[in-house]
Design a protein around this ligand. Sequence first.
Ligand code: SF4
Ligand code: FE
Length: 488
Amino acid sequence: MALKTAQQYIDSLRKVKSDVWLFGEKIDNFVDHPVIRPSINAIAMTYKVAHEPEWEDLATTTSNLTGEKVSRFSALFMSCDDMVKKVKLQRMLGQRTGCCFQRCVGMDAINAVYSTTFEIDEKHGTKYHERFKEWLKYIQQNDLCVQGAMTDVKGDRGLRPHEQEDPDLFVHVVEKRDDGIVIRGAKAHQTGSVNSHEMLIMPTLTMREGDEDYAVCCALPSDSKGVHFIYGRQSCDKRKLEEGDIDVGNAMFGGQEALTVLDDVFVPWDRVFMCGEVEFSNPVVERFAGNHRQSYGGCKPGIGDVLIGATSAMTDYNGVAKASHVRDKIAEMNHLVETLHACGLAACTQGSKTKAGNYQPDILMANVCKMNVTRFPYELSRLAEDLAGGALVTIPSECDLRNPEIGKYVQKYFKAKDVGAEERMRMLSLINNMTFGLNAPSYRTESMHGAGSPQAMKVMIERQSNMETKKKAARKLAGIDPRENLED
Ligand code: SF4
Ligand code: FE
């Protein structure tokens, strides 16, 4: 089947009969819901670019499984160059949507599970890898959107999964049957979950002896019986229910996170890719984390580009663009986004081949990339707020601008250099949206916690940094160990 267009993707979601809850109400038509639709539009953009000749090379590739042209979002990375293209694609999509376009989680999960299932089979003689390949062919051939589902709700972080007072705080197998397994639990803050056709469930942390029921990896349709989505709140989300679009800032696109409840969901064996092999939970977690931490070197600089553009426009409107301190701050913002992107690219070019044949980014660079992401978007937001001015949080609403009685005052007193009040308000709202409004989750808190919180990166950086080599170099130069002999 051909690659879906954006419209075909949106139409295909109408057939997905997921159980979606928002503001305490069951939403029957989630596709057209004004709070949800912008997040669907953001994923639709990943489908649109696959049909644009200019971006075809980044957005599509030839599947190593089917030999057909497929979306990069459902493909395996078969070289370092494939990963470079992924990160460049993500930057472009960040620029086009100004938000999280959600589909990368599935792509990064697919790649982690592909290589891990190969290694489980090698050790245990199981058939997970073949099953996974069959499922992936189905995803590619139907150009489906996959949600990678890793983060469990975790309960008491000091206890192992099987030690929790409530056994359901980590997703686990509650029944093994001849025809499949039954799973129960919940995955927290799942990106794009409502907008996906399928979900790929993975363990959330390294499992040990005793945690066998929790070492589970499987795929299921999003509207499977027993799956419930409880939509996450976003700052200012009810602005989307108001008339007009100025106060939303980025009215067309947005991110999405939901709590995914799995209440005794049946999964047939041909969709089970790990079941009890505790020692392979670590590789799947580390590989997914590496892939997704590297991904942030694509989307976050892309969104940062939009923030820089909006901030620069505001300095034009305010007539201060030429001031040396303004130019200095804009240069600083550009330095920050390019550093984010450079690290993402470095993780790709230094990647390596797995036993299964697909590629993994360099783990150290991927973690350094995400560590920067936990910091730089905050600095970018600070500089944007500095340069945009206090009107960012004091502008009147669109209703006031349109009001027949007082609109004229808003027009008169909010106009800026060469532009009217409406243009200035639109740009301020866009910055507001990205720094602490509707899209702030994806540019601030999500930058902090998405793909793991900063301490998880610090642990990996500590593990991956070769301290002995560094100490040896210092001992030699200090003359504690014998110095180099240049004549040898
Ligand atoms: Fe993709 Fe970035 Fe969203 Fe992750 S946070 S799904 S990498 S856009
Ligand atoms: Fe994310």
